[in-house]
Design a protein around this ligand. Structure first.
Ligand SMILES: Nc1ncnc2c1ncn2[C@@H]1O[C@H](COP(=O)(O)OP(=O)(O)OP(=O)(O)O)[C@@H](O)[C@H]1O
Length: 368
């Protein structure tokens, strides 16, 4: 769908992007990551048609982006949400479809309300931007882009100005975009976004693409130095583990293929919890099924540097509409609040042998 062919860019003779080529398929979610100054935003701006390549070409559905007229087919979400402060949330979303697409304000508001309902923000329809949290503002700006029914949504550092909880909310919204089969391209420093939403991750450094891999491959077997540096950063030891008082067993599910050395958090946990935490590797089993059936208390999905993507049913740090959620936390948060909280709560120990036959069948047939 998006073709990037031998694209280079220089500013005043200084090269910023050098000979970059890759394709993005329709409905694909691609995360572009790399150190500061590696050219990520410049590449995204070129995909958006906001700046032209110095050499090479970028096209969407065969049409060069430079020649595309603005029709809302590319949705752009920036670090700052830039909502209109004098308009309510619903009118912020309805404005562009009304002005650009020429539909009536009534129709545009209906469209906006439907989006707000779908993305669980209906209760904010009549709020004004100053009444929203940073995360809510950013989620509204994503819906504003979505209201134009774009072919592709480009997001440039959508969470960099947000705290942990707001970041999780925004990641949830981006994830929903992907579930709607939008083509999504995200530039981010937040590695958890790639774990949560990306089909593929583009690793850039100094204007060049060094690796394009799935998040899982980047975590488990990075092929480039920059991929390794970004995704397998060394983890310092957990400072608070001595506070743990163990009274109960917890079952920890670990995604098959994820090895202990990928995360020293697990190593520390194994040492400290020795007899209390049981680790089980599961291949091709849905974490949701494992959690719903109570076979595991925590499911460790991906581990990336300081971040861990985990799923939990029985203990929730963040309110959520479902009783199952995958969240990416800094490992210290897991350790201090989640594991400690779980152990100190009245969480009943679950023995693996208590699985019923139907439950076993469910597990055998469930595929991630
Ligand atoms: N309009 C411009 N004029 C001159 N230099 C620019 C311009 N835009 C970007 N640059 C330079 O291009 C390089 C890449 O910038 P870019 O913003 O694309 O990097 P980035 O990877 O997105 O960085 P960050 O993660 O810090 O946002 C930087 O050295 C920057 O100073």
């Amino acid at each position: 769908m998006i073709e990037i062919n031998n694209v280079s860019k220089h500013f005043d003779g200084v090269p910023v992007i050098s000979n970059v080529s890759f394709d993005i398929r329709s409905s694909e979610a691609v995360v572009i990551c790399g150190p500061s100054g590696s050219g990520k935003s410049t590449l995204l701006r070129m995909i958006a048609g906001l700046t032209n390549p110095s050499a090479g070409a970028i096209s969407i559905d065969g049409e060069p982006v430079q020649r595309r007229t603005f029709n809302g087919q590319i949705g752009l979400v920036l670090q700052e949400p830039f909502l209109y402060s004098h308009l309510s949330v619903v009118n912020n979303i309805a404005l562009a479809p009304c002005r650009v697409k020429g539909i009536s304000m009534k129709q545009a508001r209906t469209l906006a309300l439907n989006l707000l309902r779908e993305f669980n923000l209906l209760d904010k329809a009549d709020a004004y931007p100053h009444e929203l949290s940073g995360g809510q503002k950013q989620r509204i700006s994503i819906l504003r882009a979505l209201a134009m029914e774009p072919e592709v949504v480009l997001l440039d550092e959508p969470t960099s100005a947000l705290d942990t909880i707001s970041t999780q909310e925004v990641i949830g919204t981006i994830k929903r975009l992907t579930e709607r089969h939008c083509t999504v391209v995200v530039v981010t420093h937040e590695l958890s976004i790639s774990n949560m939403i990306a089909d593929r991750v583009v690793c850039m450094d100094r204007g060049e693409v060094h690796e394009i891999s799935t998040p899982y491959d980047l975590v488990t077997r990075p092929r480039s130095l920059i991929g390794k540096e970004l995704f397998s950063q060394s983890v310092s030891s957990v400072s608070t583990h001595d506070r743990i008082r163990l009274t109960k067993n917890i079952n920890v599910g670990v995604r098959g293929g994820l090895h202990v050395e990928h995360l020293s958090f697990i190593t520390v946990m194994e040492q400290k919890l020795a007899s209390k935490a049981k680790f089980h590797h599961y291949e091709n089993v849905s974490p949701e099924v494992l959690l719903r059936l109570g076979i595991v208390d925590i499911y460790i999905d991906y581990c990336c540097g300081q971040n861990v993507s985990i799923a939990t049913k029985s203990y929730q740090l963040f309110g959520n509409e479902s009783d199952y959620q995958v969240t990416t936390f800094a490992k210290d948060i897991i350790w201090n609040q989640l594991v400690l909280g779980m152990i100190e709560s009245d969480h009943p120990p679950i023995e693996q042998t208590s699985m019923s036959k139907p439950a076993l069948h469910l597990i055998e047939t469930a595929v991630i």
